[in-house]
Design a protein around this ligand. Structure first.
Ligand code: PLP
Length: 391
């Protein structure tokens, strides 16, 4: 009998990595490829953050750290959380993680098992569903609708809870839609959740400060009644352009913090020490580079929305957060993944088809602003020419 790996056979993919690989390959073959597929800022990590990591290495921080992270890094997270949410958490509830994804893994494997149901946003970050399936739990998609401004609907979310529901995953500001769920909707969701005290919540707030037009993010931490069943995912990857450092944090209830610390001991021991020192510098240092990056994203956002809406049969809602636009292409007659693939192969524009983010993704494509305004304009010109030729 051949060997079998049932759980691992259920693991999915993040197609953005495959698109990036193909785009890189085409570029290496000499093709002019414009990449709007990638979910990482096209900025370098600010210099003072890099310097802090170099200094940590020079100062001899080469060994293991505590599995939950060095205390100064956890205290920096406490300061940052107070600034962004007005809520003071204890450093004892903070976990320094190797990126944002490991918090997803930890939270989903804690609650996921055969027979359990886990609610997650659709369209949403593809790893949620992949990890739910890995655990053998049943993934229950919560529809995220354009007509609802790509926000969560409290009513619809609550209506999907059953006696088997163990965990609800929320994400605002959202990937891939750029939607931001208004406070009133979150208030309604939290009020409804009082009826289900045995359901845990994973709130993915990695884009928390990446909002536009004065839009504000509401953290689930602002609801004390949820605190003993709430896990908040956050990290350095997006805000400080640190995707390759593998550095994130999460805030856990008293009941779970030691369990996730033990997971770290078992799986990765700790996050590499210099990254943790860099993380402190990111939080405590000047934020002008972050502000400049957000100004650039905002300018590009306007370009994407204006130019995409000018294309026949395309309509593009204005994203309120993150750095993605999620235009509706259903009126073009194209299947989204087919269009994404044809645009890459034939027009040299890399972007992601909506179905890579869930079953409700058909009819949409995701464009990331992680490219210069000039390249974004050129890319949309190419998309327009391509659609016109194939009309
Ligand atoms: N959560 C969301 C919604 C994301 O879009 C991403 C990355 O694209 C992550 C988490 C993962 O972040 P990290 O690269 O820190 O693991």
């Amino acid at each position: 009998m051949p060997i079998t790996v049932a759980a691992y056979d259920r693991i999915g993919e993040e197609n953005a990595f495959a698109v990036l690989a193909r785009a890189t390959q085409l570029a290496a073959e000499g093709r002019d490829i414009i990449n709007l597929g990638i979910g990482q800022p096209d900025f370098k990590t600010p210099e003072h953050i890099v310097e802090a990591a170099v200094k940590a290495l020079r100062d001899g921080h080469h060994g293991y750290t505590p599995a939950n992270g060095i205390l100064p890094a956890r205290e920096a997270v406490v300061r940052r959380t107070l600034t962004t949410t007005g809520i003071e958490v204890s450093p004892d509830n903070v976990m320094i993680m190797p990126g944002g994804k490991p918090t997803m893994y930890a939270a989903i494997t804690m609650f996921g098992e055969p027979g359990a149901e886990i609610l997650y946003p659709d369209p949403g970050f593809p790893i949620y569903r992949s990890m739910i399936e890995f655990t053998g739990a049943t993934p229950v998609p919560v529809p995220i609708r354009e007509e609802n401004g790509f926000a969560f609907s409290a009513e619809e979310t609550l209506s999907l809870i059953t006696p088997k529901t163990r965990l609800i995953i929320l994400n605002s500001p959202a990937n891939p839609t750029g939607g931001v769920t208004p406070k009133a909707e979150i208030d309604a969701l939290v009020a409804g959740l009082a009826r289900y005290p045995d359901v845990a919540i994973l709130s993915d707030e990695i884009y928390d400060v990446m909002t536009y037009d004065g839009e504000t993010h509401t953290s689930l931490l602002q609801y004390p009644e949820l605190r003993d069943r709430l896990i908040v995912l956050n990290g350095w990857s997006k805000t400080w352009a640190m995707t390759g450092w593998r550095l994130g944090w999460s805030i856990w209830p008293d009941l779970l913090i030691d369990k996730v610390r033990k997971l770290a001991v078992n799986c990765w021991s700790c996050v590499n020490a210099p990254s943790q020192f860099a993380g402190i510098a990111a939080i405590d240092g000047p934020q002008d580079a972050v502000a400049r990056m957000m100004e650039a994203f905002d300018r590009r956002r306007h370009i994407v929305v204006e130019r995409m809406n000018a294309l026949p049969n395309v309509s593009c809602a204005t994203p309120k957060g993150a750095f993605y636009a999620y235009p509706n292409i259903s009126a073009t007659g194209w299947k989204a993944k087919k269009l994404a693939s044809a645009l890459l192969e034939e027009a040299g524009v890399a972007l992601i088809g909506g179905p890579d983010f869930g079953v409700l993704g058909e009819g949409y494509i995701r464009l990331s602003f992680a490219n210069s305004a000039e390249n974004i304009e050129r890319a949309i010109e190419r998309i327009g020419e391509f659609l016109a030729q194939r009309d």
